[in-house]
Design a protein around this ligand. Structure first.
Ligand code: NI
Length: 178
């Protein structure tokens, strides 16, 4: 397995629309394994393939709680291939989101708190389930990546500019070029 480079905004690849997966095969499973390793290393709770430069409709997520002191982390890896939202709750709830492609920046985004979703897993098996809470929010955030959308696009222009300014400042302090 390999830790892949995570693209950061304003990389234009992040704005591409990801294409559907037509075959769940070993090549795809190798990409998924690398995506998990990259996500755990970052660390993050979700990653879309486009964030590692592969614009295909594949997401990985793991929302497990951090381990108690001395305890072992129980991983809960989840894979979503060609995910679709079939329905959503009427009520939007706020959640503070961050993104590995907008490093160390957080802002509140409103989204439906429950969604009905359909997807394929890494064996190509179809699932359809009602998801809620963090799982629903995270799936919607990751699915935005498949359309070239970042969480900062949901913010007001003023808030978005503030986040991007803070990101630029943090990069300058780290000595990285834009
Ligand atoms: Ni993200």
């Amino acid at each position: 397995m390999t830790i892949l480079r995570i693209l950061e905004t304003p990389d234009p690849v992040l704005r591409q629309i990801s294409t559907p997966v037509d075959k769940v095969d070993d090549e795809l499973r190798a990409l998924i394994a690398d995506m998990f390793e990259t996500m755990y290393d970052a660390p993050g709770i979700g990653l879309a393939a486009v964030q590692v430069g592969v614009p295909r409709r594949v997401l990985v997520m793991d929302l497990h709680e951090p381990a108690e002191e001395g305890g072992e982390v129980v991983k809960e890896p989840r894979v979503f291939i060609n995910p679709e939202i079939l329905g959503e709750s009427d009520e939007d709830v706020p959640y503070t989101e961050g993104c590995l492609s907008v490093p160390d920046q957080y802002a509140e985004v409103m989204r439906p708190d429950r969604v009905r979703a359909r997807w394929l897993d890494e064996r190509g098996v179809a699932h359809e389930e009602d998801l809620e809470g963090l799982l629903a929010v995270c799936l919607q955030h990751e699915m935005d990546h498949l359309e070239g959308v970042l969480f900062i696009d949901h913010l007001s222009r003023l808030k978005r500019e503030m986040v991007l300014k803070k990101l630029a400042k943090a990069r300058k302090e780290r000595g990285l070029s834009m």
